[in-house]
Design a protein around this ligand. Structure first.
Ligand SMILES: [Zn+2]
Length: 293
């Protein structure tokens, strides 16, 4: 009996350590233990990112034919038969309200050991350098790229929600690279995922980002409507999340009800047997882009 108890305690401790203390191991747990993330198909990781000059020469003159948050090439969900959900929180920056920090929300995720992906913009990082450093040092959280100036991703300056998009291929590259430099300064590794400001893309700019070796990310569930939804709506949206869904919420509006909605929904989701993973536990070639069979 004693041996069994010791074994059980060791096993519980081991799972805890593997799942929450080591981000690299977390990824392999998703791959090997739960099967949540499918294996990479051969060749994908071998594709070399194109240089600035190669990108300009490949895409110069290409006219966009689609615009949205789920255009071809944008990751909106992860193909899996496991009950795993990907929670993502944007920090958009800009103005007094945009630069806020929802400490209640992040403290809850940390306390409950809920892994999450945080998309930080350059201007939010500039306004919150100490907080950004602290979050980057916490292995529960994955820090990814929300753009240097929080621009919609466009090769011709198309706007979304009144925000001007990037104006050309060079501007798309700068929007991604300049903030990747900032994030690398925090995390000591290059971000592999990018969600544009407003999560809007044209198909050409999404292809440019992919050829930079970065995965553009959208979402399946708009969880908090830019932190404007009331608690009940946020809770109801989260409870609709299913296998491999990417949920978009915000971490820069403490005055909104995002934290309250998350705290209302997550205990129910956990009881229903869902687990949560960071987006970097996913391998790009296993994606199920919107509209794919
Ligand atoms: Zn944003």
């Amino acid at each position: 009996m004693k041996t069994i108890s010791v074994y059980l305690i060791s096993a519980i401790l081991a799972v805890g350590l593997v799942k929450y203390d080591q981000p690299t191991v977390l990824a392999s747990v998703s791959h090997n233990d739960t099967g949540a993330v499918e294996s990479k198909s051969p060749g994908d990781s071998d594709r070399k990112p194109l240089s600035h000059e190669q990108l300009v020469s490949k895409y110069r003159g290409r006219r966009p034919s689609a615009w949205g948050s789920s255009v071809q090439g944008v990751l909106t969900r992860v193909r899996t038969d496991q009950k795993v959900i990907f929670l993502t929180f944007d920090a958009c920056g800009g103005g007094k309200k945009g630069n806020g920090f929802d400490s209640e929300l992040l403290a809850y995720l940390d306390r409950e050991h809920i892994p999450a992906t945080l998309f930080l913009s350059g201007r939010w990082i500039d306004a919150n350098p100490e907080t950004a450093r602290r979050l980057a040092a916490n292995p529960i959280f994955e820090i990814e790229n929300h753009g240097f100036r929080h621009k919609p991703c466009s090769v011709n300056g198309r706007s979304a929600y009144g925000i001007h998009g990037t104006s050309g291929i060079g501007d798309v590259i700068a929007e991604v690279e300049k903030n990747a430099d900032k994030i690398e300064g925090l995390t000591h590794h290059r971000p592999r995922f990018y969600r544009s400001g407003t999560a809007m893309y044209d198909d050409v700019s999404a292809a440019v980002v992919k050829d930079m070796g970065v995965t553009p990310v959208g979402f399946t569930i708009n969880g908090d409507g830019g932190a404007t939804f009331p608690l009940g709506t946020i809770k109801a949206r989260l409870l609709k999340a299913s296998l491999g869904d990417i949920v978009l919420c915000h971490m820069n509006h403490p005055e909104g009800q995002t934290a309250e909605g998350i705290m209302a929904a997550l205990p129910i989701m956990l009881k229903r047997g869902f687990t949560f993973a960071r987006v970097d536990a996913y391998s790009p070639s296993s994606s199920l882009p919107h509209g794919s069979p």
